[in-house]
Write a protein that binds this ligand. Structure first.
Ligand code: COA
Length: 573
């Protein structure tokens, strides 16, 4: 069925709508020669004030506070390890700052930075941006994942959170088949925390393991040695497929000159021990010698030109902006979670022309499903509009399978309920059981859907419903949070008694309950989540459309890569 028919059907339904708040019929009927368009959705139009007059002021103030915290933190993070460290890095060590390096490498300013708040306020302190900048940008027209150490943060040493951030960047490279570029400037493991970043499966060694697996998957990896790289810092470039080293700036060794002196008594300079000349002429550990930072990044661009990458055809997608301003999303973002959020006003500010082809509009209405375009990309949308009931879950499961069959990426707009009501009668218990079964069916459909998925948590990310809505453990290609989002098993407001084991010596009194609630409250914030990399970053509501459209463009590139695991990795010297 063509878009045209769908929009006409929709148009008719829209005209029949009895909802006084619904928008008037949009320009849905297709004039000859016009491209087919989807119809506008019923109920997209009401403003936040119309929907929640009683809470509007507080909600705006609260969401505003989240945005303020976002801006303040972003500013803090952009300063890396602080003024003194920046001076040491640029004046004494004569190196470019990590963002300047990126600017020299990228085609343009379009860069999707991932998890900038990772490492904020951790038990072992603040580690700005986890000591490394990761994200996706374009070089020579190819979308690449970047992993760049920021040596202003403790010499670029690797903290447990830095490992996690690098592993996530590699996972994004694998899932989206993106070329990887490593800018390595790292003193290796942050030694005081070695036990938390060395021994386990998902610790530091996994980064090197992944490099081999990615190489075998034909995911090209290019590294630049652009600082002093010791131990773990030296493994990354020596496992990449092609490596560039910067003269007088880059060096690599398992143990630096101080350790050599301590072990053998020999005085040796970093250059002689593991500088650019030594590694390009003697050890063969690098493949390209660059006499400056600028030359190194030009060299990377040249390497990328020889990858024989098949790129998506250049296309300029034409699209309409949403009918309603994205700025209004700030006021629409939910803050209290005891009521149901109407999703359609939010949708109308995200999708092209506010046009939506709704699927099963009258069934399981606490989940909204349907097709739309975002900056010209077709996407299936699954959005919470209340509790994930039995009917809503079955509808979700059906729709996700449709998207999978049709190879349409899925966007999940998540706002799951803070708690499931406890059944108080046999019939309620039966309903509850049926609902859980239907949710399990949706979880299976989501887990197995062989299409790219993006999750945007606009409100609550609570309990098991969040799995069915493609939470972190269900492997969405990208997952972002709004600053007001809450991430927890349950909402603190729904805990009324202290869970007490029989042999537990805690009293379960009011103060302990209060303490538990405070802890839960603190641990539920979007910033707490992002600091621990439970997501790919916090984005402001008004930027959501841009970010999601960018992800959809990035994910398209994988269609053009040769996807096969049947290759051997490139084995270096
Ligand atoms: N573990 C913990 N802290 C480390 C560290 C490590 N491996 N390497 C460096 N640091 C700390 C330094 O103590 C210093 O801390 P401070 O700012 O609180 O004083 C900070 O990182 C910067 O180090 P500094 O040597 O002043 O900066 P630099 O830019 O001139 O040199 C390195 C950075 C990484 C090249 C240099 O510090 C070095 O060679 N470190 C040892 C690396 C090593 O042996 N790693 C083995 C890991 S298994």
């Amino acid at each position: 069925m063509a878009w045209c028919c769908l929009s006409q059907i929709y148009y008719q339904r829209e005209r029949q709508s009895s909802d006084p708040a619904a928008p008037g019929p949009g320009p849905c009927s297709q004039a000859p020669g016009e491209s087919p368009q989807l119809g506008r959705v019923q109920g997209l139009c009401p403003t936040a004030d119309q929907l929640w007059p009683h809470r509007q002021r507080t909600a705006r103030a609260d969401t505003g506070a989240g945005s303020w915290q976002y801006s303040e933190l972003l500013c803090k993070v952009s300063k890396g390890g602080g003024e003194n460290a920046i001076l040491r890095h640029t004046q004494r060590n004569k190196k470019l700052l990590v963002r300047e390096r990126l600017r020299m490498l990228l085609d343009d300013e379009t860069f999707l930075e991932l998890s900038p708040f990772a490492g904020f306020d951790l038990p072992y302190g603040d580690v700005p941006a986890a000591g490394c900048l990761t994200g996706v940008g374009k070089i020579c027209g190819v979308w690449c994942v970047f992993m760049a150490n920021d040596a202003t943060v403790k010499g670029g040493t690797i903290y447990p959170i830095s490992v996690k951030k690098q592993l996530r960047a590699q996972q994004i490279a694998v899932q989206n088949r993106l070329l990887s570029v490593y800018l390595v400037d790292s003193g290796g493991a942050f030694l005081p925390l070695q036990a938390e970043l060395f021994p386990d499966q998902s610790h530091g060694g996994r980064v090197f393991y992944n490099e081999a697996i990615m190489s075998a998957m034909k995911i090209p990896q290019v590294a630049v040695v652009c600082g002093s790289c010791t131990a773990g810092g030296a493994y990354v470039p020596t496992r990449a497929q092609e490596t560039v080293i910067e003269d007088k700036i880059g060096s690599m060794f398992l143990a630096g000159p101080p350790l050599v002196k301590a072990a053998t008594g020999e005085d040796i300079s970093p250059e002689d021990l593991g500088g650019a000349s030594m590694h390009s002429k003697v050890s063969g550990c690098v493949d390209h010698f660059a006499s400056s930072e600028k030359e190194a990044y030009e060299c990377v661009r040249n390497i990328i030109l020889t990858l024989n990458y098949e790129l998506p055809p250049e296309e300029t997608l034409e699209y309409d902006d949403p009918l309603y301003s994205a700025e209004e999303l700030l006021g629409l973002a939910p803050r209290g979670y005891s009521y149901t959020l109407h999703i359609k006003p939010i949708l109308s500010r995200l999708i092209d022309g506010s046009r939506f082809q709704e699927f099963k509009a009258e069934y399981g209405t606490t989940l909204v499903t349907g097709f739309a375009h975002m900056e010209g990309h077709l996407v299936g949308i699954v959005a919470n509009n209340g509790e994930l009931t039995h009917d809503a879950s079955l509808k979700g499961s059906h729709f996700v399978q449709l998207c999978s069959q049709r190879s349409i990426p899925i966007l999940f707009l998540q706002n799951t309920a803070p708690h499931a009501p406890e059944p108080t009668s046999l019939s309620q218990a039966e309903d509850h059981t049926n609902r859980l079964k239907a949710q399990a069916s949706m979880m299976a459909a989501v887990a197995c859907a062989a299409v790219p998925k993006i999750t945007l948590v606009i409100g609550g990310c609570y309990g098991n419903e969040s799995y069915a809505m493609c939470g972190r453990s269900f492997d969405p290609n990208f997952l972002f949070l709004w600053p007001n989002a809450r991430v927890a098993l349950v909402d603190s407001k729904h805990i009324s008694t202290f869970p007490q084991a029989r042999d537990d010596d805690c009293t379960g009194d009011d103060s302990e309950l209060m303490h538990l609630k405070e802890k839960l409250e603190e641990e539920s914030s979007a910033f707490h989540s992002s600091a621990r990399l439970w997501d790919d970053g916090i984005i402001l509501p008004q930027n959501s459309r841009k970010v999601i459209a960018q992800c959809l463009t990035i994910m398209k590139q994988q269609k053009y890569q040769i996807a096969s695991l049947q290759h051997n990795p490139v084995i270096r010297l």
